[in-house]
Design a protein around this ligand. Structure first.
Ligand code: ZN
Length: 358
């Protein structure tokens, strides 16, 4: 018996050595990760499309995604780009990260949503989906029986938010927005939970952090993806890095570095996180909306420090006649300002943030 057992061990050892020689990946006792019909083995990655069924306002659509399923247990991090699909640096950063992240070296699982709003990407629309003219980031948690944007939101909530422990909703200035990099730290009121999302905001590394206590607490009308995650107990931040429909290297890099730093912060990959060490905290912010439809000419640039009452831009009508000088509501930083001429009644012109004193 002893001899038999020993020879069994020897055979197992030989098989193990042989496995290493032909580079068979080590088996992991972890479970497969199943999403949208795809079954992903531990230590591997898979890409595919989540189906958004057809509805009363027309055909269905798809949501391109990648799962990177690590060899060891850890958190499930959802990275969602393209909720606003004219916001390109977050979208581009995920393709780079997909190529960079090695499932064999990952603890836990990364869910990447490459382009949440594919109809908007295809039609190059800002703010709104081309079919129902709804803003995807105002219709969460969505409705499977609703219009296209609502159905996309419902699929994202079921398949991505509910599967995640941590979520980053990755935005930037839309195609018409000149915007400086910042992160929304959404306050839930639960001190311990908020400390964890504060650490996430710091880990992502952007130089300004908005302390945002304005999001609603009703999950049925959560509106924003990040808020939807938080109301279901998932740590979430909303990031903004990039502007004006550009694909500049600096903005793509901010998104790549931010995600890598969060992965390190969560212990999902090796290495030290690179948190922002002394951010500018914004404790009050206000979006100023246009009262007119016409043209907007900015007189201040993104990132400018502006005083209460200062003229930020001028609205003219379609014939070129002056309508209004639009002024800053309080003293602070111009977080973003519309950088292309069209302005429509009820749509944003700029956002000012007040700098929190120590
Ligand atoms: Zn956005």
């Amino acid at each position: 018996m002893v001899l038999k057992r020993a020879s069994g061990a020897a055979i197992a050892f030989l098989i193990g050595m042989l496995g290493m020689l032909v580079l068979i990946p080590p088996a992991w006792a972890g479970e497969d990760f199943v999403l949208g019909g795809a079954r992903v083995k531990a230590g591997s990655a898979a890409s595919g499309f989540l189906a958004v069924p057809a509805g009363r306002d027309g055909a269905g659509t798809q949501i391109p995604y990648t799962i990177i399923h690590g060899t060891k247990p850890g958190k499930t991090l959802a990275l969602v780009a393209g909720v606003h699909a004219y916001e390109y640096p977050p979208i581009l950063s995920l393709y780079r990260l997909k190529a960079k992240l090695d499932p064999a070296a990952l603890r836990g699982t990364v869910i990447m949503v490459h382009i949440a709003n594919l109809p908007s990407f295809q039609k190059r629309t800002i703010y709104y989906g081309p079919g129902d003219w709804k803003n995807l980031n105002r219709v969460f948690p969505g409705d499977p029986a609703g219009t296209t944007s609502q159905r996309i939101a419902a699929v994202l909530n079921e398949e991505v938010v509910k599967r995640a422990d941590v979520l980053i909703d990755m935005h930037c200035g839309d195609g018409n927005e000149a915007l400086i990099p910042y992160t929304y730290w959404m306050i839930s009121g639960d001190e311990r939970f908020d400390a964890s999302t504060r650490d996430l905001a710091l880990a992502f590394g952007l130089p300004h952090i908005i302390i945002d206590d304005t999001r609603g607490s009703d999950l049925k009308d959560s509106k924003y993806l990040g808020n939807t995650a938080i109301l279901q107990g998932k740590a979430a931040i909303t990031t903004e890095a990039g502007f004006l429909g550009r694909t500049d290297e600096e903005s793509v890099g901010l998104n790549v570095r931010g995600v890598l730093s969060v992965l390190r912060h969560l212990g999902m990959i090796d290495g030290r996180p690179e948190p922002v060490s002394d951010p500018v905290w914004i404790d009050k912010f206000e979006v100023v909306y246009s009262k007119w439809s016409g043209l907007f000419t900015p007189r201040a640039e993104m990132g400018y420090f502006v005083r209460a009452g200062q003229i930020i831009g001028t609205v003219t009508d379609y014939l070129g006649a002056w309508k209004e000088d639009v002024r800053a509501p309080f003293t602070g930083i111009l977080l973003y300002v519309i950088g292309t001429p069209p302005c429509n009644e009820g749509e944003p012109l700029f956002e000012v943030g007040r700098v929190k004193e120590k």
